[in-house]
Design a protein around this ligand. Structure first.
Ligand code: ATP
Length: 465
């Protein structure tokens, strides 16, 4: 089973220290969220899994970390200054303001009326000013990046030459992006500050681009599966031509069932776009338009690529899988949510997180906290496991309560130290999903746990197309 709705996760996340509403001591800040002690671990584990899967386990992708604030000209030539707009409409009855493409059945979500103003564009890039300048100095204007991708494009040549890459190859980046969303909401699904995991896969202009989009869709379905997200909660949406971004010839969105309680349950988890050669050529000094004029008179570089086998120079095309960390975390939490009734008829929440994502891998619990030998042994086990995996020591309640708490935060193993442990040098290991208990020698513990904590495998990548 998965969570019945997002609200169930909001309350679990706050109760157990995954995600808190931001700035709560000042009444909050609409749609901003802070990640707590368990949330930060979960986010890190998602990012690490992604990085390991793309950058370490494949041979054709490098990682970078570019600036959040880039030269404003990047956003001029990428087209974001002119076109990174949401279309706004106002309800004439209640004066509410909404994103035109998110209105269902032409009805105002606040008052139900259908009397709208004309749609008008609103640029969603967040602005800031650089340096100690006058408020109205236009040369100081800068943007917080709305996507991490542009930082990759402007570093294409740096990476290609320093890493001696030949096509096809990819560049991956994970980091914060910012969008002045008109109607943020639904917990961490849509916020103004969020984190992206983007990869630009550079290929020849004669490659089979549409097949490559399908290839990356399949790869990501595999990866989401390895995070424990079940396939039936994912849905592929072929973005129709009129909805494509200005740079895209084909985009497939992977949608997740974020709203199982609604008639329309799907919302975008990530998108896989064929961005053509738009970005590399638009940032290049040598690209000419139809009239023979330079497309970009400000650029000092040419981001074209010389293909040795064909002796041709061209701007590579790009396939871009762009995923959100926060939306992945929400999907993972919703999918992992389950309930189980114990012998006493009490319903318990169990978060069946994939072991690689669980914030805490093992909790060491002393059965008697007033017995120094037991406490000492439990703490020593925690210390010995810590270099290998994230472990915690907890003696803040009775054993039933401690088990329930660890189940609810998705800890795969609880390790109980009891009186007998002092004699037989063994502990009880309890499995989160089955609640089965097993006695294991302390000397075998680390090896046993590591074996059981192995990530779900991702199928190896097929031969490149
Ligand atoms: P939407 O249509 O939902 O606004 P988008 O199509 O504009 O999303 P992309 O530009 O494709 O989104 O960004 C890639 C990914 O970044 C999205 O699939 C999503 O996971 C994440 N993302 C985008 N905007 C937000 C946001 N405001 N809050 C959280 N994650 C976001």
């Amino acid at each position: 089973m998965a969570a019945p709705n997002i609200d169930t996760i909001v309350s679990l996340a706050k109760r157990r220290g995954f995600v808190f509403p931001s700035s709560e001591v000042y009444g909050g800040l609409g749609s901003a969220w802070d990640y707590g002690p368990l949330g930060v671990e979960l986010c890190n584990n998602v990012k690490q899994s992604w990085w390991r899967w793309l950058v370490y386990e494949r041979d054709d992708i490098d990682g970078i970390d570019s600036s959040i604030i880039l030269n404003r000209l990047v956003w001029k030539y990428s087209g974001h200054e002119a076109t990174f707009n949401d279309w706004l409409i106002d309800c004439r009855k209640c004066k509410g303001r909404f994103r035109a493409d998110k209105i269902v059945d032409n009805k105002c979500p606040s008052c139900g009326a259908s009397d709208w103003t004309e749609a008008r564009p609103f640029n969603t890039m967040l602005q800031t000013k650089l340096g100690a300048v006058a408020d109205d100095d236009p040369t100081a204007l800068a943007y917080l990046r709305p996507e991490t991708a542009q930082g990759i494009f402007i570093n294409f040549m740096n990476v290609q030459t320093t890493m001696r890459r030949k096509l096809p190859f990819g560049i991956a980046q994970v980091g914060k992006s910012f969008r002045n969303e008109v109607t943020p909401g639904n917990f961490i699904l849509r916020t103004r500050e969020f984190e992206q995991m983007e990869m630009e896969y550079f290929v020849s202009p004669s490659a089979e681009h549409s097949k490559l989009v399908d290839y990356w869709v399949e790869q990501y379905l595999e990866w989401f599966g390895s995070l424990g997200i079940s396939r039936e909660n994912l849905y592929l949406y072929e973005v129709p031509g009129e909805e494509l971004a200005h740079y895209s010839k084909r985009t497939v969105d992977i949608m997740y069932r974020y709203f199982p309680e609604r008639e329309k349950p799907w919302e975008e988890l990530m998108g896989i776009a064929w961005r053509t050669d738009f970005d590399l050529s638009t940032h290049s000094k040598n690209k000419l338009d139809e009239e023979g004029k330079r497309v970009n008179p400000d650029s000092t570089e040419d981001l074209s690529y010389f293909d040795e086998p064909t002796k041709q120079r061209f701007y590579p095309h790009v396939i871009e899988p762009a995923a959100g960390v926060n939306r992945t975390v929400l999907a993972v939490l919703m999918d992992a949510y389950s309930e189980r009734t114990n012998d006493k008829g009490e319903t318990r929440v169990i978060l069946k997180l994939s072991p690689q994502l669980a914030p805490i891998k093992a909790a060491i619990l002393p059965l008697a906290k007033n017995k120094p030998e037991i406490v000492g042994m439990a703490k020593a086990i925690k210390r010995s496991l810590q270099p290998l995996l994230r472990a915690v020591y907890d003696d803040t309640g009775g054993i039933g309560k401690l088990y329930a708490r660890q189940d609810e935060i998705g800890t795969p193993f609880c390790i109980t130290v009891d009186h007998q442990s002092l004699e037989d040098e063994a502990v009880t290991v309890r499995d989160r999903d089955t609640w089965e208990q097993e006695r294991i020698k302390i000397t075998d513990l680390a090896e046993q746990l590591q074996k059981r904590l192995k990530p779900y495998p991702v199928a190896p990548p097929p031969e490149p197309i």
